[in-house]
Design a binder for this molecule. Sequence first.
Ligand code: ADP
Length: 409
Amino acid sequence: MLTTAVTGGIGSGKSTVSAVLRDLGAVVADSDRLAREVVAPGTAGLAAIVGAFGPTVLTPDGALDRPALAAVVFADPAARRTLEAITHPRVRARFEQIRAAAPADAIVVNDIPLLVDLAVAATFHLVVGVRADQERRVGRLVGRGLTEADARARIAAQLTDDQRAPLCDVVLDNDGAPDELAEQVRGLWAKRLMPFEANVRAGRRAVRGPVALVGHRPSWAADGRRLAARISAACGGRRVDHIGSTAIPGMPAKDVLDLQLAVESPATADELAPALAAAGFPRIDGNRQDLPRPAGDDPDRWIKRFHANADPGRAVNLHVRVADRPNWRWALLVRDWLIADAAASAEYRELKLAVAARDADDPTTLRYAEAKEPWFGFAHDRAEAWAAATGWRPAAAGAEAMGTVGGPA
Ligand code: ADP
């Protein structure tokens, strides 16, 4: 079972994408339709709306008078929030019913026009965005019967494609012909959704080929926040931090995100393993120990659990560590020190580039990791000296620092 959201602005091509996915075998739930179902005559949703807004939002035959309700909430944000508090949980509950009724190997797609919230995006295995040039969207909407002014007003009221991109794991481009969009969807289905689903069902990680060192990608920051939110959502809102080289602006790295989940104890880490596997982050056994720093420190203080992800389109390493233990703290310290100390960061960068160049013919990642190890041993004292001099502490959970997501409220 895999759950996927399809989102995009009005006229971007969401319905087209959903239709192709349905043809390929996906179970598709359209949020607009679910939103109508949960306020149909006779539903508790409609009764709640009448309770909040009065009988003037009903037509003479007792159905919801959409234009009347729209007029009420259009100019009144508080009224809109009241309406959303009635409809959103019911739409989510309906989607949950559809998901629960789907076959065990289903790819369940939720077409959500108004996906604006990272917390909602985080409840899906994958979020697929659809984008298209604004003038093309206006033209297509006029072709669908809207006036040009109406089309522009609706587009202006929604997120822009750039604002939406950080919520999406993949963005399909619909500036071309419908066939080109369909071709992208078929590729996504065959190369990503199908293997992702099979991996999640089997509880296994995605196959990861040799990964080359690449220049720093600015998109890694948003990727880190999105994946951290997904892991946090699967683990009761626990704290997740983006760590490692992909979290350090300007630092070249392998295109593998390192994330760190904070748990209360090793027992908690074990209890959370099934939920993480179901969310697409199965545990890899046989990797339960970080190297103590300084060498000689009690190895028990450096215990961890290691998970990798099941999505063949985005590599993630997930380190599960006990909050406040030295290995949890070290990951945050090294990241923050390398962000703050330009000389140390440049040194580490040169080392990475040199090792990668030397081992360019070596497809294993082991030598690469080993070659960096002595530097970190040596860096330990410098990082600690920096922490002492600056009064560094791990940022509080929930602070908007470096893609920290979740944590105790
Ligand atoms: P959304 O569901 O995001 O609002 P639709 O999938 O309904 O968008 O697409 C909007 C309109 O544009 C529809 O009439 C659709 O048939 C048309 N359309 C979608 N993609 C293309 C395309 N690539 N070329 C031309 N028309 C398109």
